[in-house]
Design a binder for this molecule. Sequence first.
Ligand code: SIN
Length: 528
Amino acid sequence: MPHTYFDTLIIGSGLAGLTLALNLAESKKVGLITKQALLDGASGWAQGGIAAALSENDSPESHIRDTINAGAGLCDEEITRSVLESGPKAIQWLIEQGVPFTRDQKNNTGYHLTREGGHSTRRVIHAADTTGQAVQRTLGDKVLNHKNISVLENHIAIDLITSRKLGNTDTNKNCCFGAYILDNQSGRVKTISAQNTILAAGGAGKVYLYTTNPDTATGDGIAMGWRAGCHIANMEFIQFHPTCLYHPHAKSFLISEAVRGEGGILKLPDGKCFMSLHDERAELAPRDIVARAIDFEMKKRGLDCVYLDISHKPKAFLKEHFPFIYARCLELGIDITRQPIPVVPAAHYTCGGIVTNLNGKTNLEHLYAIGETAHTGLHGANRLASNSLLECLIFGQAAAKDIFNQEPIPTTKLPQWDESRVSHADEEVIISHNWDELRRFMWNYVGIVRTNKRLQRAQHRIKLLHEEIHEYYSNFRVTSDLLELRNLVDTADLIVQSAILRHESRGLHFSLDYPDTQSHIQNTILKI
Ligand code: SIN
């Protein structure tokens, strides 16, 4: 079996992983693992853009205030300040890399800035409505052409290799040496060792039946980190995006929040507006409020969806600002210049994750977590729109600096993956059945509005699934479906455990049993 060494092993190829790789590669050998093709992750799906105080009418102070307001008391002020003050410089770095952001000569920045919910001003720089794609293509090209970066596509990480896993029981000094990685094409498991390993594997939207995320978002980084002994924070705060397209032939298609930012209005089927009944900021309230308002109206009236109407804007404006949404909706028979768009809320972003410091370091030595996999303290109980790509950039760069400042560690000989006691799986149906079951009960029991009873039901089912999957994992050769299911169940467990521990409603966690927000502010931290 092959044994490979890199200075740095990055698991995940979203914006955080690509930024880190490019910032390290001048003097480090980087291995970049990605489950599908390099650009297939969630970052590439981001539509809206990247928030930063770029305009002369804006300031980092104002961006900090909006972020903290949206975060409902749980943003870490030091981290928030540090990230948002660095925002303009990080955007400048992307511009220097060649990202084609939409221009606007009338704006003092030279770029068009859009607005999204929770922002008190226009501050979201974007490339029309395919910002993630533009950023990922630009950086992805550089990564693929860099002589010091080896990209391993169609490879999925199984587990981290840590001192604890190798038998060292000193719990104060758990160190990461690399990871076992399944090459999905050959079916072989590689042992990859590295001075530093980085979990940059995105979030866990696929734990829910309805999500705006791609199929890759199966909580792999968070689950691997948890199994290795990382501390995990605030997993109860799952962000539901208010406006996912509702259409039988369109899975997970997002209608960007920028549509509301540019004047889109939410309506009931009879054309009546409802958002101002829920919040004075109406369509521009933070996401938790808008998603809950839609959920409330749908449940109260027995609706399948509500509608987002931007048809009052000129056709030329819509085609210029939302070419992707316009074209996709038209393909599906919805002309957004003439008709309202049917929408429903769907799971969108994992605000919690692996606890890290300002440099992306976890509590395990030589292990970092960045991007949606991490909990840095920036998002609090509800992420402000378009702050996540910024977080990927800032922490990708910060982790690179920290790695450069480190003393090298001696390389350790790692044991090979042991397949001597497993055989080929006989019943794949167990995997597909459990995938469906998990995602359905998470949607029904651990969704936008929660109760103690529903959470307990979910926990009971997770326990049964855990046992079944563990047995399957112990007896059969690993496949990517099995690994993803195992990660999804572990992540679901973390979400439910955290939700059960929070005896209040705050930000994205709303419980009918605890409808009030407590004055005492506390993160939910899980430790093995
Ligand atoms: C959107 O375009 O609505 C998504 C932006 C984000 O999630 O920050």
